[in-house]
Design a protein around this ligand. Structure first.
Ligand code: TEU
Ligand code: CA
Length: 554
């Protein structure tokens, strides 16, 4: 495998609105991020992905962009953004922006011009169809609920939106649209960005001609996934985008790719792939149901292990996958992947190490390093996220009681990850001096950065140790490039694997409350990491404590 500048790095995702508010308006901002760069550097972070902070009506929290060349005033100014890039550079850090180009905002000037003259140049920037009374162009259900078609204001046409109605889909079939997008990407790369995280990118290719699919819910609509499975040729767009933009800059790109076909992996992330890497969502989609969140199956430790190993096998040495425990669209990983009632510093550290030591690029989502947990929402009024509000409605319509519907939201709400970063035990978790746009998780009094930074046994300190292990010159080669081989794969509630390179490492996690013994295949030389002060061993037999994780050098 040809080595790339980003292979041995550690990445961190910031959700700007909830990271740190520098001016007391209750909304996190870029100057706030700049003031926390030292915190991130201390942790060992090299690459920072910012969720969108372009000009936006924030209908989907910035994933609806009205000006790709501007920063939303709520997040700061272009000067702030340039300063962030420069300050990061001083610390040998790279900034990634979020590339949201499947759709723009209905407040973007392209869309406004399309409304004024739907048959003109900008009409062809979108998917427009003539409106027919009592009939929609297709029966697809948008990701956020309801049909994907909406009346184009002031015209006799309708436009397509796979996401919210304030997120009209851009017509990638139109070369002028693609030119505009590449121009913008290069404009940002010229400013010194390290690259991009690429949003919802599989959606850019629609199956043409547009047609209906089998309905899958009582609303008579069909999931967008059916259409996407039927679409082919996205690679032509992705390859063109790579060649016209990222490649020229040796920029880093990480794709938000769902449902790629296994045989296409080399095209996506192999040598000269469309992207540098893409996220592994195998764990996050596990148990998902076509019916909605209320019907989703929980994931057990054995399932979690299976999902991780499945991805590792699939990718092999084709390329580099990006590993996550959570992101801004998912519940907190510790609440999801640790059996109920067992969330504690030990189990959080175990999960961290199991994920972090996988082959690939580790991404940490803000607050994950503190072990931040899901939010105990008391009512749906406390939820802001459009996706959660839709799923609540879907659950009620399917016959759930309000409590059952709220439970589904508690389990999966995107707001679980969007509450303010917990900096201190002070008011509003130290996130803002004003009124926060979303209430902090009440557990900030016990889970916060200030109390963990100087505690050698904190979850944050454990993350720091994991990061320094990955960067330790003695083990780096093995951890970054070594192969991954599962061990004792059929053992219940145990996840173990080798990392083999110039060293042989063994990661063993006791994924349960009860103790459990294993017999090592050979004696170990050194304990590289342990979430307990001790390790119980007799000869080759090791008895692991509740949720104990060991990284051993054999
Ligand atoms: O997400 C794309 C996506 O397909 C899902 O993860 C989606 O957010 C989820 O099904 C809703 O519960 C990306 C962004 O990460 C997400 O925040 C945006 O809302 C979405 O694209 C639209 O830009
Ligand atoms: Ca602010």
């Amino acid at each position: 495998m040809n080595k790339k500048w980003w292979h041995d790095k550690v990445a961190y995702q910031i959700y700007p609105k909830s990271f740190y508010d520098s001016n007391g308006d209750g909304i996190g901002d870029i100057p706030g991020i700049i003031s926390k760069l030292d915190y991130l550097q201390d942790l060992g972070i090299d690459i920072i992905w910012l969720s969108p902070c372009y000009r936006s009506p924030l209908a989907d929290q910035g994933y609806d962009i009205s000006d790709y060349y501007d920063i939303d005033p709520r997040f700061g100014t272009m000067e702030d953004m340039e300063r962030l890039i420069a300050e990061a550079k001083k610390r040998n850090m790279y900034i990634l922006m979020d590339l949201v180009v499947n759709h723009c905002s209905d407040e973007h000037e392209w869309f406004k011009k399309a409304c004024e003259d739907p048959d003109g140049k900008y009409g062809n920037f979108f998917y427009l169809r003539d409106k027919k009374e009592g009939e929609l162009p297709t029966n697809w259900r948008s990701y956020f609920g309801g049909p994907v078609w909406e009346d184009l204001p002031g015209t006799s046409k309708q436009y397509l939106h796979l996401f919210h109605k304030k997120q009209p889909d851009l017509n990638w079939e139109n070369p002028e649209v693609r030119e505009e997008i590449y121009k913008n990407i290069n404009w940002w790369l010229d400013k010194g960005l390290g690259g991009f995280r690429i949003d919802a990118i599989i959606n850019i290719k629609k199956a043409l001609p547009l047609r209906d699919y089998e309905p899958d819910r009582v609303d008579g609509l069909s999931s967008v996934h059916k259409m996407l499975a039927d679409a082919s040729g996205v690679g032509t767009f992705l390859g063109e985008m790579r060649d016209r933009t990222f490649k020229k800059y040796d920029a880093f790109s990480v794709g938000e790719v769902f449902n790629e076909k296994e045989e296409e992996l080399p095209e996506f992330i192999g040598e000269n792939g469309y992207f540098s890497t893409m996220f592994d969502f195998n764990e996050t989609i596990f148990g998902g149901s076509e019916k909605g969140w209320y019907d989703a199956a929980p994931i057990t430790p054995d399932d979690y292990k299976k999902c991780c190993f499945e991805t590792q096998r699939k990718i092999g040495d084709i390329g580099f996958v990006s590993n996550i425990i959570e992101n801004h669209d998912e519940p907190r990983g510790v609440s999801r992947y640790i059996p109920e009632g067992d969330c504690c510093p030990e189990s959080k550290k175990m999960l961290a190490a199991l994920n972090f030591m996988l082959r690939g690029l580790p991404f940490i989502y803000q607050g994950q390093e503190l072990g931040m947990e899901n939010v105990p929402f008391r009512s749906i009024e406390e939820v802001d996220d459009i996706s959660s509000l839709d799923e609540y409605k879907v659950a009620l319509e399917a016959g759930c009681t309000p409590e059952e519907a709220l439970n589904a939201v508690r389990r999966f709400s995107r707001d679980n990850a969007r509450t303010p970063m917990q900096w201190t035990s002070g008011e509003n978790a130290g996130f803002t001096t004003g009124e926060p746009w979303l209430k902090p998780n009440p557990n900030y009094t016990s889970i916060n950065a200030a109390s963990q930074e100087n505690d050698p046994d904190s979850v944050r300190s454990f993350y720091k140790k994991l990061i320094s292990l990955r960067k330790n010159p003695e083990y780096k080669e093995t951890i970054v490039y070594g192969t991954l081989e599962p061990l004792w794969e059929d053992r219940h509630n145990l996840m173990a694997y080798y990392r083999k390179g110039d060293k042989t490492l063994l990661v063993i996690g006791n994924y349960q409350r009860d103790m459990q013994s294993v017999t090592l295949p050979s004696p170990f030389r050194k304990i590289l990491l342990n979430n307990y002060p001790d390790m119980t061993a007799e000869g080759l037999t090791v008895t692991l404590h509740s949720y104990q994780i060991l990284i051993l050098e054999l």
